[in-house]
Design a binder for this molecule. Structure first.
Ligand code: SF4
Length: 393
């Protein structure tokens, strides 16, 4: 039961600049658990895809909805963007930084996998303006990496970190996954210890999720996936969160941990439900209350761009109430939550008034709190965040 309606929506009130996202939907090989839009290409990603991306960037940068928009962050994700060479990827990044209206010191992130980076490529990316690298390490155990079909080894992950430092990257994220098949608490402890020994500025820890349509899902249906039990997974989380806090990487979002000043500005914009523009196959854009989704197939994307046709498959105008709920849910992923005054200014209603009895109940259960004007999940709610957020959808 909802209380007061959403009476306003002021997308322009949210003055933070937007994020620009470029999607590279190719990987050397496909991992067994992967549900992302990515296609295996070995070491030969199609050159025409980058050409099409560049064309789309040129067209969109001139579009009336975009040309006045300020941008603060650029994120090149995938897939594995670094399947492409440093010169071609760096060229595209440099061009985007020129074409769009970027703030003077943008955060520019590239996602990489350990076996697709070497010093020369990373130096080319630094040269192009990339100042943040996110490496998909996942585990420092070769046995576990093989078990999830990763195409790299522990040694390659360590070499990638060393190369990133040599290339001058002072802002490094490592992605790690826990709850892997055959993974023990001791395995995870070792991975956390090795990760912390690299002194990363940022860590992202994800619990393995077995998604429908993946090889892991089929194996799991046939009983062929020996996953750790819930209790072990909980111990893995407790151990990691404690170690990271002690090492100066406190948790700032459900899955993300950072040194002071090193949180991901690009992702923080998503969690604030800010504006973003996505380029490439499967990319999503959200400008004001309009959301666009692009065709997922890279070949179709290239064809449409070459034909001068729009590559969008979906466009929706978010009703104010849906935008309000989405903003609340996204923001509650961050430990600091969101200012009630910001929600009231953007949507003309407070969460207390909008959610009414649901809000009162969640507050009484000690799951939701308003502290210093910020709405946030309590420490008690974090382990069951998905259930709590489901009540606010
Ligand atoms: S590297 Fe990442 S995007 Fe590529 S297949 Fe593996 S999990 Fe998916």
């Amino acid at each position: 039961m909802r209380g007061h309606p959403v009476t306003a929506m002021h997308p322009d009130h949210y003055e933070s600049p937007a994020g620009l996202y470029l999607h590279i939907p190719f990987c050397v090989a496909k991992c067994g658990y992967c549900a992302f839009t990515s296609y295996p290409c070995g070491n030969a990603p199609p050159p025409d895809y980058l050409v099409a991306l560049r064309q789309q960037a040129e067209r969109l940068a001139r579009h009336p909805m975009v040309r006045e928009q300020r941008f603060a962050t650029l994120f090149v994700g995938g897939g594995t963007p670094t399947v492409y060479g440093g010169a071609e990827l760096g060229g595209l990044i440099r061009e985007c930084l020129t074409l769009f209206n970027f703030d003077p010191e943008p955060e520019v992130t590239v996602e990489a996998n350990p076996n697709s980076v070497e010093l020369a490529k990373l130096a080319a990316l630094r040269e192009a303006g990339v100042n943040r690298l996110s490496i998909g390490v996942q585990s420092f155990s070769d046995r576990l990496l093989r078990g999830i079909d990763r195409s790299h080894s522990r040694a390659e992950a360590l070499a990638a970190v060393a190369a990133a430092r040599s290339a001058g990257f002072a802002n490094l994220n490592l992605d790690l996954i826990y709850g892997l098949p055959e993974q023990s608490l001791a395995d995870w402890r070792e991975t956390i210890a090795v990760a912390l020994a690299q002194n990363p500025e940022h860590l992202a820890l994800y619990g393995l999720s077995v998604e429908e349509g993946t090889p892991f899902h089929r194996r799991s249906e046939q009983g062929g996936l020996a996953l750790p039990d819930e209790e072990t997974v909980q111990e893995m989380e407790d151990f990691a969160y404690g170690q990271l806090a002690t090492a100066g990487l406190p948790r700032y979002e459900i899955s993300n941990f950072a040194r002071a000043g090193r949180s991901s500005r690009h992702n923080e914009n998503y969690w604030h439900n800010g504006n973003y523009l996505g380029l490439g196959a499967a990319a999503v854009s959200c400008l004001g209350h309009l959301r666009f989704r692009q065709v997922p197939e890279p070949e179709r994307f290239v064809r449409l761009i070459n034909d001068g046709a729009p590559p969008f498959i979906e466009m929706e105008a978010l009703p104010p109430a849906a935008a309000f709920r989405e903003t609340v849910i996204m923001a509650l992923r961050m430990l600091e939550g969101i200012a009630v005054a910001e929600l009231a200014a953007r949507f003309g209603v407070t969460p207390q008034d909008y959610y009414g009895k649901t809000f009162v109940r969640l507050q009484a259960q000690g799951l939701l709190a308003v502290e210093d004007g910020f709405l946030r999940l309590t420490a008690r709610a974090l382990p069951v965040a998905n259930q709590v957020l489901a009540e606010l959808v």
